[in-house]
Write a protein that binds this ligand. Structure first.
Ligand code: NAD
Length: 471
């Protein structure tokens, strides 16, 4: 009889090994479990299995594959709490708030949405000259390489459209969060045919082996711009297709007409979702002089009052940084801002005696555009707030960096907000929210934030080959 994967203990036991690499809870340093680490031989073996399994998977109809995806979504639903408990320990993200339980729920939602998107053949020409039809056929084997911040959700963003379109998938999770992705795969594989979804936990060299493998046909990558560039180089030899979702440094521009009390919470969560460790989080906020002090104080109050602590404690909604390197990046950037004369309104003083990679929710004011905390993606709980007198100047500052993932405009006047939004260079510009994603709405970055789109019918097309038939 197969193991019941709906309990945390069983699910963790299913993905841990006795002699693997230890994984620790970033909040406490406690051992979560030992993970298997793959070799390049394991990658070769997984690709051989995937290539074989893809033949019959790719031959199924869309309706048949959709049925499998819904059954996989049912399995996620049944194991949702166990999955969230693993995220809370391995990533450190709290169970509540827009965190671990939310992430497990998003996995189910994205699986179901991708199962159901309609994708009809397009008749391009049908007249006396002949008939041309555009359809989308499987690419083959997709290698999906992911980051540590939303390990399950981003894996589903990659695997759900890929499977729907008839590809087999090999996931390479971040070395920081291998158990989360193996747990997700164990749950999904209760419903999927053998071999169409596999996982090869390992470090960057295993990611490189995936992106260089001659029998992998497409790479879906989410992570830093630097690694995205390395993957493009690796993929070039075989002309692999690539979708790259990379780093961002999203700007938010506030207009002077907002009601600060009404909008401060949403601005806060736009920046501090997942304790700031989110690709499309608000990472620099531009505020007009007329409401600057009021908004800074409102955000500082929320930051100081929002409970931060261990992922597994029900009361917390902010958690630790996931790893020591990320904690240091945030601490160093805030220190530099402080030395340059910026005001640390709240936070900014990590407790050195506390175990875990915590950094307090930090609001930094009186900071200028050239400061490294504004120029460099902090990817953590420290928000710089830049004062502006001239809206054109604020828009120029927002657009001046070499990344362009998301951005936002905050205003009570929808027309004015839309005008400003049209001038911002980013894959997505939100109005009166930041970072809200929807499985039906395409998402992707411009400039060095990536190429290609995920989600929606557009996302399906990007994990398929366009094929024209003409008679
Ligand atoms: P990272 O680039 O360090 O690592 C991502 C993955 O790439 C890991 O699995 C890693 O092992 C692998 N890797 C490393 N070197 C490789 C190589 N040479 N070839 C192939 N794979 C390799 O990124 P990270 O630190 O895990 O994630 C944080 C970054 O990801 C941030 O910049 C963030 O903005 C970005 N991000 C973007 C999105 C998005 O949708 N655009 C979403 C989440 C995170």
């Amino acid at each position: 009889m197969s193991t019941d994967l709906t309990t945390f203990d069983n699910l963790l036991a299913a993905v841990t090994v006795t002699d693997g690499q230890p994984v620790h809870d970033p909040a406490t340093g406690e051992l979560v479990g030992n993970t298997k680490m793959s070799s390049t031989d394991d990658v070769d073996a997984a690709v051989a299995i995937a290539s074989q399994a893809q033949k019959s998977w790719g031959a199924l109809s869309h309706a048949e594959r959709a049925d499998y995806l819904h059954k996989a979504a049912d399995a996620v639903n049944a194991s949702a709490e166990a999955l969230a408990q693993i995220l809370a320990r391995e990533v450190g993200k709290p169970l509540n708030g827009p965190n671990a339980r939310f992430e497990a729920g998003a996995c189910e939602a994205w699986l179901r949405a991708n199962a159901d998107f309609p994708l009809e053949d397009e008749v391009l020409v049908d007249d006396e000259s002949g008939k041309s039809v555009l359809s989308y056929v499987p690419i083959g084997v997709v290698g999906a390489i992911g980051p540590w911040n939303w390990p399950m959700m981003i894996s589903v963003w990659q695997l759900a459209p890929s499977l729907r379109m008839g590809n087999a998938v090999i996931l390479k999770p971040s070395e920081h969060t291998p158990l989360s992705v193996q747990a997700l795969v164990a749950v999904l594989n209760q419903a999927l045919p053998e071999g169409v979804l596999q996982v090869v936990p390992g470090e960057g060299d295993i990611g490189q082996a995936v992106s260089e493998h001659p029998d992998i046909d497409k790479i879906m990558f989410t992570g830093s711009t630097k690694t995205g560039q390395a993957i493009m180089r690796s993929a070039a030899a075989d002309m692999k297709r690539v979708t790259l979702e990379l780093g961002g440094n999203d700007a938010g521009i506030v207009l002077e007409d907002i009601n600060v009390a009404d909008m401060a919470q949403d601005i806060f969560w736009g920046a501090f979702i997942n304790t700031g460790q989110t690709c499309a989080a608000l990472k620099r906020l531009y505020v007009p002089a007329s409401i600057y002090d009021e908004l800074v104080q409102a955000l500082a109050k929320i930051a100081a009052e929002t409970p931060m602590g261990q992922g597994v404690s029900e009361e917390n909604v902010l958690g630790p940084l996931q790893n020591a390197a990320q904690q240091k990046i945030v601490a160093d950037l805030v220190e530099e801002a402080r030395k340059d004369g910026a005001t640390i309104v709240t936070g900014g003083n990590p407790d050195d005696h506390q175990t875990g990679y915590f950094y307090p929710a930090t609001i930094v004011s009186d900071i200028d555009q050239k400061n490294p905390l504004v120029q460099i993606e902090q990817f953590g709980p420290a928000l710089p707030i830049i004062k502006y007198d001239d809206l054109d100047q604020a828009i120029e500052w927002a657009n001046e960096l070499e990344v362009g993932l998301g951005s936002s405009v905050w205003s009570s006047d929808a027309d004015r907000a839309r005008e400003v939004a049209n001038r911002l260079i980013a894959g997505t510009t939100w109005i009166n929210k930041h970072g809200a994603v929807d499985p039906r709405v395409p998402f992707g970055g411009v400039k060095k934030s990536g190429m290609g789109l995920e989600f929606g019918v557009e996302g399906l097309k990007q994990v398929a080959l366009p094929k024209v038939t003409t008679l």
